[in-house]
Design a protein around this ligand. Structure first.
Ligand code: MN
Length: 292
């Protein structure tokens, strides 16, 4: 007997805005009226860069040096290549299907650009960036970087060659993801072919949302088109995903962090005093150094 999760809202892509000159993003939260600051906790922010074509350039587009503290940025490339450098000395390039999981925690400076060679030819760009909150006891942990190539993901093969469920974080029927997380998180990339049928059982208290990246899908009997975000109510556990056509869906589900939350600019802390401290530390060079 299934205990279906109720769909709370299907959200159409909000009007895009530019982050730097390289990321044209639809901010599904926390900027939309349906999802407040803590509604998708531990996920605080979801910027979705729907497919867009960039012409060739010798000057890679992106966003220059900026700080973060108190959370993690998780970037998933679907089309194009993203390069990252930070003041903790970490850097990496991710391509199609790869993930970079950057833990800012106590503080880093970083820059995010289209990869240099990719920029020279240009092409279609599509990605997701998430801000994943950290619990207070880990907000001042040392920074960390996990470059997760798609070959490192757990793979749950669907029967009849109907696709694959890639586990980035968490566990899907015993198949585990490579990402190390500070709080319980399930994150999957579901790449399915027409006719596929995938079942999920996700805890009722976890905040759960599906981002439809490609194709039209049916979720618990409701049709959802590409570039839409589906917010599930914290009611029921079971979800059935059906594919009337080939599709890619990003599954996000996590145990909420039940703590005070004060977001300000590039910082995500528990209290206002900690935001002021972050600016003071930034001004005193405690976030390190990174060349533009
Ligand atoms: Mn950033």
């Amino acid at each position: 007997m299934k205990n279906f999760k109720t769909i709370e809202q299907i959200i159409a892509p909000p009007a895009p805005h530019m982050v730097g000159d390289g990321f044209r993003v639809n901010n599904f939260f926390p900027g939309t009226k349906y999802i407040g600051l803590k509604r998708m906790s531990p996920f605080f922010l979801l910027d979705y860069a729907a497919k867009v074509d960039y012409p060739p350039t010798d000057t890679p587009r992106g966003v220059g040096v900026h700080p973060h503290r108190g959370f993690e940025t998780v970037t998933i490339a679907y089309k194009g290549k993203v390069a990252h450098h930070d003041s903790a000395g970490n850097s990496g390039v991710i391509g199609e299907g790869d993930v970079q999981w950057m833990t800012a925690a106590s503080g880093i400076l970083h820059k995010e650009y289209h990869e240099k060679e990719w920029s020279k030819t240009g092409g279609t760009f599509q990605m997701v960036q998430l801000w994943v909150n950290l619990p207070s006891k880990h907000k001042m942990s040392p920074p960390k970087y996990q470059g997760l190539g798609h070959e490192t993901f757990g793979q749950y093969m669907l029967p009849n060659d109907l696709g694959v469920l890639e586990v980035i974080a968490g566990d899907y029927y015993g198949v585990k993801g490579p990402a190390s997380t500070f709080t319980p998180i399930e994150m999957y990339n579901v790449r399915i072919k027409k006719g596929a049928n995938v079942n999920f059982s996700l805890p009722e208290d976890y905040n759960t949302g599906f981002m439809v990246i490609e194709g039209t899908v049916i979720l618990n009997n409701k049709t959802v088109h590409a570039n839409h975000f589906v917010l599930f109510a914290n009611k029921g556990t079971d979800i059935i995903l059906e594919a009337p056509e080939d599709a890619i869906v990003l599954v996000l589900s996590g145990k909420p962090i039940d703590e005070p939350l004060v977001p300000y600019g590039p910082f995500l802390m528990n209290y206002k005093e900690e935001i002021m401290q972050a600016y003071e530390d930034l001004n005193n060079g405690k976030f390190g150094h990174l060349e533009d």
